[in-house]
Structures are given as structure tokens and as C-alpha cells.
Design a protein. Structure first.
Length: 221
């Protein structure tokens, strides 16, 4: 089976559309943060439903549900508050039903790490710690999100993949990020696709979300 791995859509509809328009796979799996930051929460959730995209919740999804932004910086917190004011009741219900982790064949999907959904994991994380994460999920492939940085690491016959962010890349490349995995061979490829950044940025400013959120999209930072 060929699957697409995505993460951190963050209510960026043009970016999600660009990814969905180009991929041709059997299943799409998302490592969380469907909403937050950008101005299309309802439209993104509807598109996720339309494509039968299977996702877990991320820290922004959880904050939209609970209203707890105590661990967020002021810009992220203001975007959560805006989202809570503008998301539909159906959208909230959808987020509430998302699981914290997802197991799909020999693939485990978490947001931060198997130990802590809010933990930031990078390729510089110690190999011993990464090995423990793989042991914890007992799968050959562990998929992470949360950092908005696209990276992968092979540890023997096991792999850790962060497909990067669809909606707000932070690795210096503004293009939407995703990965494609063959669940039988465990071979995977990383991909980037351009989208209409101006559309998202303009709408972000139009609805009164912080200017910084719009500006960073052009630089992938």
C-alpha cells in the first residue's frame, strides 16, 4: 500500500489543496495540528473529511478544544483564540474525536513523541532516545510532526520520518511538505510542492490574525 504522510496543516487551505491535488495514494495519514495559526479551519476540516484523511490531534487542535493556551506564545495563543471564535461546532466535534496516536499496519503516528505529544524531536536527538521511541511503539516506522521541519533517520531496519509541515514550514523552504511511504517495502520519499502563499497571507491579514504569521510563510521560517 502506498500512503501519504503529512503533518501540521494549521488551517492553511491553499497549502493542503496543493498537496492533495498532486498525491495519488491509497491512504493519507496526518500527524496532527489540523488547525491553528491560519484562517481556514472549517474549510480544512471539510477537506480532511472529504479525502477520508486519518489524523491524530496535535497541541493546537487540543488547545482549540480546551481553550488552554498557557503553554503558547502570545502569537500562537491569539491564533487559537481566533480559531475558537470562528470554528464551527461540527469542527470542534471532529477535533474532539481525533486520537492521540494512530497505528496503521507497521506505522505509528504521534505528534511530538511517543512519550510526550508536546515534545520536539529533531534528527539531533540522541540515537539512544530515538531507539527507545521505536521500541515504545513496536513498529518499523515512526512518524512524527510538531517541529515543522522535514527530516528522516534510519536506525537499522527501522525508520523515523517527520514529513514536515503542510501549512507552516520552518526549515527554510516555504513549499508545503509531505512524504510518500510504501508500507510493504518501507521505502519512502520526501516531497515539497509550491502553493499560493499570497492567498493564505492575504486572508490571514484580512481576518485580523497576527502579521508575523502571514510574513513567515514566504520564507519557511
Amino acid at each position: 500500500m502506498k500512503i501519504a504522510l503529512i503533518s501540521d496543516i494549521h488551517s492553511n487551505l491553499p497549502a493542503l489543496k496543493a498537496v492533495l491535488d498532486i498525491i495519488d495514494v491509497d491512504q493519507i495519514l496526518c500527524a496532527g495540528d489540523i488547525v491553528g495559526y491560519y484562517p481556514f479551519p472549517n474549510e480544512v476540516i471539510e477537506l480532511v473529511k472529504e479525502h477520508d484523511l486519518r489524523s491524530i490531534y496535535g497541541n493546537h487542535d487540543k488547545a482549540v478544544i480546551t481553550g488552554d493556551t498557557s503553554w503558547f506564545n502570545p502569537i500562537a495563543a491569539s491564533a487559537i483564540e481566533w480559531t475558537r471564535d470562528n470554528i464551527s461546532l461540527e469542527g470542534i466535534k471532529f477535533l474532539e474525536e481525533l486520537p492521540a496516536q494512530l497505528m496503521f499496519e507497521d506505522v505509528a503516528i504521534v505528534h511530538g513523541s511517543p512519550h510526550d505529544p508536546d515534545e520536539y524531536v529533531y534528527p539531533t536527538t540522541s540515537p539512544a532516545k530515538l531507539e527507545k521511541f521505536l521500541d515504545q511503539v513496536s513498529k518499523k516506522v515512526l512518524v512524527l510532526g510538531h517541529t515543522h521541519v522535514q527530516w528522516s533517520l534510519e536506525l537499522g531496519d527501522r525508520k523515523i520520518i517527520n514529513p514536515g509541515a503542510v501549512g507552516q514550514p520552518r526549515d527554510g523552504n516555504p513549499k508545503a511538505a509531505y512524504a510518500i511511504l510504501d508500507t510493504k517495502s518501507k521505502e519512502f520519499t520526501m516531497h515539497r510542492i509550491g502553493y499560493d502563499v499570497e492567498e493564505t497571507a492575504s486572508k490571514t491579514l484580512e481576518v485580523g490574525l497576527p502579521q508575523h504569521l502571514a510574513r513567515r510563510l514566504f520564507f519557511g521560517l
